[in-house]
Design a protein around this ligand. Sequence first.
Ligand SMILES: NC(=O)c1ccc[n+]([C@@H]2O[C@H](COP(=O)([O-])OP(=O)(O)OC[C@H]3O[C@@H](n4cnc5c(N)ncnc54)[C@H](OP(=O)(O)O)[C@@H]3O)[C@@H](O)[C@H]2O)c1
Length: 389
Amino acid sequence: MAATRDFDIVVFGATGFTGELTAAYLAENAPADCRWALAGRNTEKLEAVRKHLARLNPACADLTLLRADTSDPASIQAVAESTKVVITTVGPYLQFGEPLVAACAAAGTDYVDLTGEPEFVDLMYLAHHDTALASGARIVHACGFDSIPHDLGAMFTVGTLPAGEAIKVRGVVRSGAQFSGGTFHSAMGAMSRQGEARKALAKRRAKEGRPEGRKVRWVQGAPGRDSVLGYWLLPMPTIDPLVVTRSAAALDSYGPDFTYSHFAGLKTLRYTIGGSLAVGSMVVAANIPPLRNALKKRIKQGDGPSESRRAKSWFTVDFVGESGGTTVHTRVSGGDPGYTETSKMLAEAALSLAFDDNPPTAGQLTPAVAMGEHLLARLQKAGITFQVV
Ligand SMILES: NC(=O)c1ccc[n+]([C@@H]2O[C@H](COP(=O)([O-])OP(=O)(O)OC[C@H]3O[C@@H](n4cnc5c(N)ncnc54)[C@H](OP(=O)(O)O)[C@@H]3O)[C@@H](O)[C@H]2O)c1
């Protein structure tokens, strides 16, 4: 069915901060014969984006514009049925995401997003995984900084260790960067719903079960100084360890007994205490509605860090892998994590689904399971480094 689609890729949310960066990445990097289009709810804004893209690549002057609003199911179905792959940057995903996941699962259309909201991913698994399995759609969430460097970095680390042994990996994130209004609103929403998120995860676990004959665990870990890396570690209960352990559960190559722990890495104990307090304050603010609303009013959706700020931003994710007496230290690194590198990762994930000869899979999948080595090779070529240190 996909061969008859009008487009290879549609970018939904192209008028937003990250959507426009993703479209700009495609304008400059998609193969010339890639058929792609822009979708959004505001045609005037879409026209302005297309004009900007035409300055980067004159061929973009002819891009098709699709009007689609998440509150109009027919418009979302039309997007899903028009293309092989949909990229969506329309968030917060808990608020706006489900109609497109449902339409892609039904239409057999591949789907990538940028969600870092675990509850959304679990609810989509419960509601649409079976439909996607039946239609052949690959629904791949978390294709930005959440969680591609962590997911592919853990996969890369496992690949450097002896096969068939128990494996322990810890991932340690460091970055210097700013976030956008859209990310702030999504994070506030997710932090205010931790009880709901736990319920969705429990329901998912009951339905999904565990891998047969193998153990896979996320161990939260304790704060302290890392003996190999020298950083102070702060446990990070983000979506990343969930994604890494889902890849481990799906892929036998992670061995018979796989454990993953996930941390922020800080240079000094003082930063570690400051970081804990900052995260704690955000969680408290997110759970007091007047405070949450006041903060959301001050930080507007659609805004994000300037090009010059992004040019100075950076990230590293260090992994320490231990197996059968061997210890390995690997690192994934790149530039501005939240936007420049995120839009690259998202666009390359869509290009991989559209054009690479990936393993035959369907349903809700992690990036490592859906695109694994092909996506890793694409990102290396695009300037994101995966290395043994
Ligand atoms: N996890 C990561 O690594 C990562 C990194 C970056 C971003 N993100 C996530 O990506 C999402 C987008 O972030 P952003 O900063 O780009 O946000 P943004 O600038 O606010 O963009 C949101 C986009 O959604 C569109 N939209 C909103 N409601 C819609 C609706 N009902 N129907 C159709 N389109 C609608 C907006 O259209 P209009 O222009 O018409 O308003 C805009 O194009 C957020 O959820 C953020 O958390 C995640």
